[in-house]
Design a protein around this ligand. Sequence first.
Ligand code: AMP
Length: 397
Amino acid sequence: MTAERPDMHLNQHSATGQPGICILGGGQLGAMLCEAAKRMGYFAICISPDDNDPAARWADRHIKGDPSDPLLVGSVSEHAAAITVEAESIAPEALYQSHFRGIISPGAHVQQIVQDRRLEKTFLAEHGLAVGPFALAETLDEFSTQVAAMLQTSVKVVAKTARGGYDGRGQIWIHSVDEIPSAWRSLGQAAVVVESAVDFTAEISVIVARNHRGEKCVFPVLQNEHRNGILHQTQIPAPQPLAVIRTAQELAVEAADALNLVGLLTVEMFVLPDGRVWINELAARPHNSGHVTMRTCSRSQFEMHISALMGLPMAAVSLITPGVMTNLLGDLWSRGEPQFDAVLAESTASVHLYGKRPRPGRKIGHMIHVAASLDEAKAAADRAFTALGHHSVAATQ
Ligand code: AMP
């Protein structure tokens, strides 16, 4: 018989009886979810390994432990109204809670799909959701064949590890068949997805909130700029023709319905020169690009995620002002604390820091600039970024 855990009989309601929302993972997405949940009258519980995790510090109650441990999750969330994740790395097993009567977001089957690029691409293709050309490979032979075939029609291809890659990690560009063996080795000789290079004119993302009744709310479309595979800036509203906006929003809604998702779905997409839109990736949770909604929309992505979990109305979210979100990576701290005075001297700027130890390439915070026009917001964001004296490789490329 296993020993009873000390956390087994915690009452996951506040003293005033607020329903609990259990967040698995301790990063900044969890912290911002805690903030929204608490403001909306819920009791935020976070399970994460470290007391200093951003979400651990924002939660009403932090449970130190492995958020992927099904037993721990089951015991902690016993009396909560909802369980949700803030990271793709949370094991689907933690979301198989057959005795849990509340909402689980995303369901284990969705977490399984978004965790594995093979399942994700296959799911999209099988449901007729527009996706670029891709192939799957599990052995060097398969990999060689797929890459060689794709290089016939595409000047370069990108190979991505099926699992575990993020922010440009776990992927490699291949320009000729000579590079195949080294690419295979550098990707860890494990299952990969191979994609031809999409000649996109823009990268956009669409966030959909969906409750258990299937009611939905779609956010204004976001336009994203990546540097070195990491999100650098997000603009709202995406400066795209209406037809592209409509197509993108419809595609995102279709994907959320196909997954039967409760919570948030963020769909990253490529816009092609002819106006077509292809899905690149799904995230069944709040998304970095959605941070811009905190200062520009009538409700943020975090509020809508909580609303979806709790079965609240999915009323349309409206754009209050154009705005630009710029990520602040750890590189900025390489010569000491950045001088935020110049940024904050502008009344239309806000700085959000997550309380994480700075490391190159690590997301430490973000800024949001709002203005009467998107052009003005973008100019202000770029000025602020330059004023912060960004020294990283990411900024110079
Ligand atoms: P991902 O991890 O799949 O989101 O990829 C990170 C970034 O790499 C994307 O946001 C794109 O900028 C770029 N990228 C990924 N896949 C492709 C592709 N098939 N064609 C062109 N660019 C890509």
